[in-house]
Design a protein around this ligand. Structure first.
Ligand SMILES: Cc1ncc(COP(=O)(O)O)c(C=O)c1O
Length: 481
């Protein structure tokens, strides 16, 4: 590797707090600062309340709304829960089978709420994205029923960076009673988000995605025409009763300061970060077999999702310990499953695993990108040199397996260009192989023996699951003859 310096390229998972944000938060913690309860009826309380109002004004400016349309929460997860459950509780009570429309590639903080609603009798439609991760207004229009209470579509996808056509979706809903909720955790502070222009009823955001603190967020709730919801948290009736609990002044001030900085630096950030992503994608595209996912969609500047043909995904992340990035969303990568977002775009498990989400932010430098691109390219090239799939088609890998298992019966040919091909595909030969294949299974009991034989005899690394699929394919083919 050309560098061992750690490089942070996971800004979509979270961002560091901006220095001016940390400073503003720090001034709200200790006895000499704005530590008081903003609901307290005394001078210190008034000072804290003033700081909260200032923060709300900065955030309202960023979203083009009024500050009294904002409810402070602990982040986008809570905002999503409050908006979706709250809207259903308010509007769906009189409906026999209320209906919810969302997409298959929402964040879990929406998908799991959808499942929760489903368990309580709500009919849920999960729209399929196109190959660029986009949901169209037409799809929403076709899914609408007279019982549709709410549509929830994210603004920017957290893995792909694609920007959904929210204004068009809102237009479809304009003549319908259904409300529009938008999870904007990945767009606020990164692209212009104008709730009026976009026609949004509820919008969720998280401060830590744009250089504010973790554990702070907000829900925008439209006042004209009024979007309603039932509170999900009960107590001291703070925030017009929509979200009880003492306001954490330092968190709210941090969120407000992050919004203030974004108001000033959004355009410049977009330009610099966009140029860095261009640099990264150009460098990675010098390799063969690279797909930039959702490249056909308009994307937020900081996210690059890239798949590499012919390698195993776990070796990819394991080979880049000094680069902080993820193979999917950090929020769901704990479960070790291949990304459901990439699978919804048509990737198989292997391709979804051999993908990286590289996300760039305000503190990324051109040197970081240059080093990361060089290290990723070097690793991919190295992994491909020992990969049985790279530039071998599936039948060639199968032929390798067959030739080892059945010797002369399957004719494995090496072509002039060095590639392998399989020449035993005739119906008669396949039929003749059936008893041999069965003998092979009797002898080895499983595909493991075959994998070991290939690894030892051919000195190539094999992927057990992949080989298993190929051998299963062979048996299916034999079955159908
Ligand atoms: C699109 C999207 N929605 C919601 C969330 C949840 O945000 P938080 O964990 O701050 O509540 C995230 C965070 O990854 C996200 O990317």
């Amino acid at each position: 590797m050309s560098t061992v310096k750690p490089i942070y390229l996971d800004y979509a998972a979270t961002t560091p707090v901006a220095p001016e944000v940390a400073q503003a938060m720090n001034a709200c913690l200790t006895a000499d600062g704005l530590f008081a309860n903003p609901a307290s009826d005394h001078a210190f309380g008034d000072l804290a309340k003033g700081a909260v109002t200032k923060a709300a004004n900065a955030l309202a400016k960023l979203l083009n709304c009024n500050s009294d349309e904002l409810v402070f929460t602990s982040g986008a997860t809570e905002s999503n829960n409050l908006a979706i459950k709250g809207a259903f509780e308010f509007y769906a009570a009189r409906l026999e089978r209320p209906h919810f429309i969302t997409s298959k590639i929402e964040h879990k903080a929406v998908l799991d709420v959808a499942e929760w609603l489903e368990q309580r009798g709500v009919l849920v439609t999960r729209l399929e994205p196109d190959s660029n991760g986009l949901i169209s207004a037409q799809q929403v229009a076709e899914a609408l029923t007279e019982d549709t209470v709410l549509v929830s579509i994210q603004h920017v996808n957290n893995e792909l960076g694609c920007i959904q056509p929210i204004a068009e979706i809102a237009k479809v809903l304009a003549n319908h009673g259904a409300r529009l909720h938008v999870d904007a955790a990945q767009s606020v502070g990164k692209i212009t988000v104008d709730v009026v222009e976009l026609g949004i009823d509820y919008l969720s955001l998280s401060a830590h995605k744009f250089y504010g603190p973790k554990g702070a967020g907000a829900l925008y709730v439209r006042s004209q025409p009024r979007a309603r919801l039932r509170p999900q948290q009960h107590g001291g009736l703070q925030q017009q009763g929509l979200r009880s609990g003492t306001l954490p002044v330092h968190q709210v001030v941090g969120l407000g300061k992050a919004a203030e900085v974004a108001n000033e630096s959004l355009a410049a950030d977009m330009q610099t970060i966009g140029a860095l992503r261009e640099q990264l994608e150009q460098a990675l595209s010098e390799l063969d077999g690279v797909t930039i996912n959702a490249a056909g969609a308009e994307r937020v500047a900081g996210i690059c999702n890239v798949s590499f043909d012919g390698i195993a995904g776990d070796s990819l992340l394991a080979g880049l310990p000094h680069i902080m990035l993820s193979s999917g969303s950090a929020c769901t990568s704990d479960n070790g499953e291949p990304s459901y977002v990439l699978r919804a775009l048509g990737h198989d498990d292997r391709s979804a695993e051999a993908s990286l989400r590289i996300s760039i932010g305000r503190f990324t430098s051109a040197a970081d990108i240059e080093a990361a691109a060089a290290d990723i390219s070097e690793l991919v090239t190295q992994l491909r040199s020992v990969s049985p799939w790279w530039q071998l088609d599936e039948s060639a890998v199968l032929a390798t397996a067959m030739s080892l298992a059945w010797g002369d019966e399957a004719k494995l040919l090496r072509n002039a260009d060095g590639s392998l091909s399989w020449k035993a595909a005739g119906r008669g030969e396949l039929l003749a192989m059936l008893p041999i294949a069965l003998t092979f299974y009797e002898k080895h009991g499983s595909v493991d023996g075959l994998v070991a034989a290939i690894e030892v005899d051919l000195e190539i690394a094999t992927d057990r699951r992949y080989l298993l699929l190929l051998v299963e394919d062979l048996f299916r083919e034999l079955d159908s003859q």
